[in-house]
Design a protein around this ligand. Structure first.
Ligand code: TDO
Length: 186
């Protein structure tokens, strides 16, 4: 597999090795030793899958406490996937990384603990799955608006996004109490 660094050192793009033949293809979506060597060495404790239609935007979400590192990928369709560093004291605080993930390119994004995460579906439909390093704790989950001007994510143009009520009402990052923000640990 190929590990591609991004502008935020802890955020990684992974390109698994794909074995194609007359039947289709095969790939390993996670393998403990190899991903640990790439720096993704926390144990995963939950796997999730979400199906969405074009223009659906889920996010931006984070849990604190119980921060979740997420290894995310798309099996069918395409999304623009985003990680935003909101770790208090981080040298890259407020910066974001955005990557197209698709059933075609089979790329994965490693979204570390302490990052906001969100994605926009840019195909007719998308099947999105991810592994998490902590369990879902809804009482500790926070949402930040997808179009927070201070974060300034350059989302692809697909028209007005389809949002959950929670995400539509989400505050800006600057309006969250500082105590909500995860700590930066070197
Ligand atoms: C995330 C999650 C949701 N649920 C339930 C709660 C709710 O009834 C339903 C839909 O939940 P949500 O609206 O929060 O789903 P969604 O907006 O897809 O939430 C996800 O968004 C992306 C961007 C992430 O990064 C994830 O960590 C998660 O926050 O599923 C679980 O049971 N377990 C889970 O781990």
């Amino acid at each position: 597999m190929k590990v591609i660094p991004t502008e935020i050192p802890e955020v990684l793009i992974i390109e698994p090795q794909v074995f194609g033949d007359a039947r289709g293809y095969f790939l390993e979506t996670w393998q403990q030793e190899r991903y640990a060597q790439a720096g993704i060495d926390r144990p995963f404790v939950q796997d999730n899958q979400a199906y969405s239609g074009r223009g659906t935007l889920r996010g931006l979400h984070v849990q604190n406490p119980y921060p979740q590192g997420k290894l995310v990928q798309v099996s069918l369709g395409e999304v623009f996937d985003v990680a935003v560093d909101i770790r208090r004291g981080s040298p890259t605080f407020g910066r974001w990384v955005g990557v197209f993930l698709s059933g075609e390119n089979k790329r994965q994004l490693w979204v570390p603990e302490g990052f906001l995460h969100g994605y926009l579906v840019t195909s007719d439909e998308a099947l999105f799955s991810y592994k998490c390093t902590d369990l879902y704790h809804p009482e500790t989950q926070f949402a930040v608006r997808w179009d927070d001007p201070e974060i300034g994510i350059a989302w692809p143009e697909v028209g007005p996004p389809v949002l959950s009520d929670k995400d539509r009402q989400a505050p800006r990052l600057r309006d969250l109490p500082e105590s909500c923000l995860p700590e930066y640990a070197q």
